[in-house]
Design a protein around this ligand. Structure first.
Ligand SMILES: [Fe+2]
Ligand SMILES: [Fe+2]
Length: 198
């Protein structure tokens, strides 16, 4: 399967393509105990509860879309891969023709935000899920001092750090009373370039 930085990722093209991808693959897990759909809905609900902007709520909902692209392209739900497939880059790029940078930048930076938080808060790493800890090594481990400084200059880094917190907390197994996917259809359409209908 393809997923590394150099690959050409055909753009999503439409809200319908995003909805179809989640319809087909979000019931699967990806190296976590929760399904991708439950993880997306929990992460978005936490963003909404924290008073995040609509753009950041949508980023929270779609932050792992790159994993769904991996599943679509033959990846396995156990998420066991020998190399980092840069799902954050791949997902952000796939959505970039459809949504503004306020949505795609936190998605692009959500792995960097984990590496950043591991560097600046030693207790943070210990609280990561097993899946997140497994992938950390593949993703380059905690940032070094120069990377930390560079990360802080990105205008989207605060949104990415916030998203990372909801991402880490949005892995609760069993039933959780959060809004369903259909509650976000209006947002998915309203923020799409040129507007769209699902
Ligand atoms: Fe992720
Ligand atoms: Fe995630």
């Amino acid at each position: 399967m393809n997923g590394t930085d150099g690959d050409v990722v055909p753009p999503a093209g439409s809200v319908a393509a995003v909805v179809e991808l989640y319809d087909r693959f979000a019931h699967l897990n990806y190296d976590e105990a929760v399904s991708q759909m439950d993880h997306a809905l929990q992460t978005a609900a936490l963003a909404r509860a924290a008073g995040a902007s609509d753009e950041v709520v949508l980023a929270a909902l779609l932050h792992d879309v790159g994993h769904l692209l991996e599943l679509r392209d033959g990846g396995t739900p156990d998420g066991v891969v020998a190399e980092d497939l840069a799902h954050e880059e791949r997902g952000a790029r796939w959505l970039s023709d459809l949504y503004p940078g306020e949505v795609t930048s936190p998605i692009r930076l959500h792995v960097a935000a984990k590496r950043y938080r591991c560097a600046v808060d030693p207790a943070y790493e210990a609280g990561l899920s097993e899946g997140s800890r497994r992938s950390l090594a593949r993703q380059g481990g905690p940032m070094g001092p120069a990377e930390v400084e560079r990360f802080r200059t990105d205008p989207a880094h605060r949104d990415a750090v916030d998203l990372r917190g909801w991402d880490d907390a949005g892995k609760v197994t069993g039933h959780l009373d959060v809004p369903p996917w259909s509650a976000y259809l209006d947002l998915l359409c309203r923020l799409a370039r040129g507007g769209a209908s699902a």
